[in-house]
Ligand binder design. Sequence first.
Ligand code: T3D
Length: 259
Amino acid sequence: MAYRTILRTADGPVTTITLNRPDKLNAFTAEMHAELADALDAVAASGARVLVLTGAGRGFCAGQDLGQRRDGEAPDLGETLDRLYNPLIRRLRAMPLPVVAAVNGVAAGAGMSLALAADIAIAARSASFMQAFARIGLVPDSGSTWLLPRLVGPARARGLAMLGERISAEQAADWGLIWQVVDDDRLAAAVTALGTRLAAAAPLAIARIKRALDLSWENTLDGQLELERLDQSELGRSDDYREGVAAFLEKRPARFSGR
Ligand code: T3D
């Protein structure tokens, strides 16, 4: 599929998908959703070990393209969530490889949800985050009502969601919304370094870590202890575990195969 609204590039084991409608701060259209879904299929089939999501130009993603909602009719937004946004968020969370959001600029509405749904979000210092939904009469979607209280606690989640204020990348990092903020001219290098580290990590362990941390929100401590036991049972029999221990004892970097 030839893309018009995104770019997909591979650098060894790291694939980068760039949302590419810079004049609209990479706001989502139906076409972008379709191209992104196709690109995620390609990533899944490619054996990539890390996925980086970023935006072209001065924005990361400004959420739904409101230009496609301007005609005054009353669209069933539940239907677009069902068909486009929810599958995207579910898919990113379920992908076995680590997903990194390289937040190069403003992340608003579903664009902020997208950044928060990544496993690791790293932002340029000039980037910002905005739960824009309430400003246009909507509830936060694409997972934000689930993610926000878990990341920042209920008080800040309510403030962010109800006020729709734009907060700086630094504040987002201070509040625990994202992993790290770096100077703008360091973002590309920091993302490359992160991608290299994650690509060298043990793939089976990474996939189980993603799943276990998500399941922890619904599990009791007992349930989570049991999940850890089952994961550890399986991972303990993997080539990756054998390689990890051997590499430690031989004082060399591990070369994980994902088996
Ligand atoms: O509809 C459904 O299917 C349900 C799903 C909903 C999910 C959602 O995401 S709802 C929330 C939608 N997003 C927003 O409400 C954010 C709207 N944008 C903004 O509030 C501001 O643009 C920003 C705070 C993000 C950035 O402000 P600023 O001052 O840095 O930039 P700007 O000048 O406002 O925007 C630059 C251009 O991008 C501008 O175009 P122009 O005038 O130069 O031709 C602006 O209209 C365009 N743009 C920004 N966001 C959107 C957009 N165009 C369409 N849709 C947008 N969301």
